[in-house]
Design a protein around this ligand. Sequence first.
Ligand code: PEP
Ligand code: MN
Length: 337
Amino acid sequence: MIIVMKPQASSEQIEHVAARVQGSGLRPVPVPGEGQTTIAVLGDTRSVVIDRWLAMPGVERIVPIMTRYKLASREVQKQTSCVPLNGDVVGGARIAMMAGPCAVESLEQTMEVARRVKAAGAVALRAGAYKPRTSPYSFQGLEEEGLEILAEVRRVTGLPIVTEVLSEHLVERVAAYADVLQVGARNMQNYMLLRALGEVNKPVVLKRGMSATVEELLLAAEYVMMSGNPNVMLCCRGIRTFEDHMRYTLSLGAVAYIKKVSHLPVIVDPSHAAGERSLVPPLCKAAVACGADGLLVEVHPDPEKALVDGPQALTCEDFDTLMAQLRLVAEAVGRTL
Ligand code: PEP
Ligand code: MN
């Protein structure tokens, strides 16, 4: 349930209510809103005597949260969350373009893409140092050396870094280099990892598992949020269906639906859904038109030589063209890029 405080409630009254919630063996999470604070109450609230809470000074009303996810729900917070990113935010009027190679392969390759995507208007560099590969014989990423390269590229270009963290044992190490921690589709329900990310003071991109429902995605976000980190971006990257014309099926209906039921920013990764370069630009445009708050796009200076995901990588020139087209779509839906 949520306790909605009166607009004029004092901070002492909010603290008093939170203390009473805590005293009942439940967990209060104050959510400051525009002009009005709500307190999300986590735990089993079946035995709560609502009238007693309603009588506390400063309380306006008490509303049950019908969904299984609580902190991620729009019932708790009406306005879309703004996740901080390098002095800007994801979730505001500007659509955040995060672009870069699938994997860090060398300093030269990563620097070149970073320079090019930055010049075209990207707000962050995406690139994996630790790669979750289907086959253990495939390139696994440069690991710590890759993180060092990413740090150097950020130092030179100023672009914040989005990179994947594969296990809870790597959270501290990756967080020391990354600006945004990515949870890959294969790890969406790795609850130890999600809890560990709740204790980090860095935004998280949480990718939807290829066989996960939207509710499961939101409950995964809930793990990160209830562990203390509110800065979660949800990422739609395609799911498994009977269709085989693309690598995965990109459900843009999920984008519109999540925007309705959750206040978390939603970003779309058309590259992994498509698996093929020519399909990436139309899917990017559709995602922006559909309300996505950001995009995650793979770009490589020489896709033919890419060690991972070459067929879906845009060239730097393709990316320039895409950005020009996307600006028009963004403008048409009242946003910027
Ligand atoms: C990636 O972003 O490079 C990646 C491995 O993505 P996903 O987890 O969506 O497959
Ligand atoms: Mn990839």
